[in-house]
Design a protein around this ligand. Structure first.
Ligand code: ZN
Length: 367
């Protein structure tokens, strides 16, 4: 067997989701040893630190709490390790948003220990994934590091997710909705997954279910989240945004939609939009580049506008984009390694034309 014939499936060892799931923390952590370390930002630690500590202590554990200050940089992770002062650690537990979870993953890698992720918002697939987004002091992403394996446990308390601002759930929907089309693109092209192997059919099925779940229950889930209510629809969409989205991309690969972030994060105003909003818009561009029909694209735009995701650059925060700005965004995108993961070759001119087509259709949809 040659290396290219390998298929790899990676996933968290265990996934627990539901209202009150946080109460399982001590029980899940106990088999790993008596001294877990909790990592979160000051906001999350003020809100939940006491409860987390109590949950661990009730299971006979002696937890230590570390507070992540500022950006997730290599220096910040070394700082967290210094705070441990040689304290013996059995397990690292990240609590909060993507940065806190990635900080916990990075610390776990340094210590050679397993990691749990406990997301308090559902804004992206970070809890499930083995990836760690590292930044510099200027908040510019410098690398995506990878753990040798995925988190041992992803613990998603939907009562917490329902309390968070709906913007985060919308971002999670935006980051997840593209995964079916990115895995399909990777399979159709010559691309590989983050494991360096060709997509698995299992991932294609998961990503497909992710998309269908969001289209079917997304609008209800957004309404429920605004009312801070945990419902079956919210549960379904959180599972799509956290679990299916992560499994879909790690085992199915990424394509043009995520490639576009290379350009978006350098582009005026659009750069400030939350990742999931950028991806929602970028999926429309991928569809335009794939020459899908106007009706197909307009249908997704109508869904975005129903739930509150951006269907155009102005809705992403970038008013009056010029021809040269769009050409520049297309050029910047060309460095993305996932560009081969499409059923056709991509060049800056076709990409710029796809972006313009989305802007034109978005204008027509509003009119
Ligand atoms: Zn993403």
């Amino acid at each position: 067997m040659t290396a290219t014939a390998l298929r790899i499936f990676g996933s968290p060892r265990r996934y627990v989701q539901g209202p009150g799931a946080l109460d399982q923390l001590g029980i899940e952590a106990r088999p790993y040893g008596a001294s877990p370390v909790l990592v979160g930002d000051a906001h999350v630690m003020n809100l939940l630190g006491g409860k987390l500590r109590r949950l661990c202590e009730e299971s006979g554990l002696k937890p230590l709490c570390l507070v992540l200050e500022g950006e997730i940089t290599r220096a910040a992770i070394a700082g967290l390790e210094d705070q441990l002062g040689g304290h013996d650690v059995s397990l690292v537990i990240g609590v909060g948003g993507g940065k806190s979870l990635d900080a916990a993953k990075a610390l776990a890698v340094r210590l050679g220990k397993p990691v749990f992720t406990v997301p308090t918002i559902a804004s992206n697939d970070s809890p499930t994934s083995a990836a760690i987004a590292m930044y510099d002091e200027n908040h510019v992403m410098i690398a995506v590091d990878r753990m040798a394996s995925n988190p041992d446990l992803v613990l998603v308390d939907t009562a917490l997710i329902a309390q968070a601002p709906v913007t985060f759930l919308l971002a999670g929907i935006g980051d997840a909705i593209s995964k079916k089309f990115e895995a399909d693109g990777c399979l159709a092209g010559t691309g590989v997954t983050p494991f360096g192997t060709r997509p698995l059919l299992t991932a294609i099925a998961i990503a497909d279910c992710c998309y269908r779940t969001i289209r079917r229950h997304g609008a209800a889930a957004v309404t429920d989240c605004k009312r801070n209510e945990v419902t079956p629809e919210l549960e379904a969409v959180v599972e799509a945004a956290v679990l299916m989205s992560g499994l879909g991309f790690e085992n199915g690969g990424l394509s043009l939609a995520h490639s576009l972030t290379r350009g978006i994060v350098k582009t005026r105003d659009a750069m400030n939009a939350i990742h999931g909003y950028q991806i929602a818009w970028a999926l429309l561009v991928q569809w335009a580049a794939e020459e899908r029909s106007d009706d197909y694209i307009l249908d997704l735009m109508a869904f975005y506008r129903e739930i509150g995701l951006p269907a155009s650059l102005p809705e992403l925060g970038m008013d009056d984009p010029t021809e040269s700005e769009i050409g520049q965004m297309a050029e910047w995108t060309m460095v993305a390694p996932h560009l081969a993961n499409l059923d056709r070759p991509v060049d800056p001119a076709m990409l710029a034309a796809a972006i313009w087509r989305v802007e034109m259709l978005a204008g027509r949809e509003t009119a």
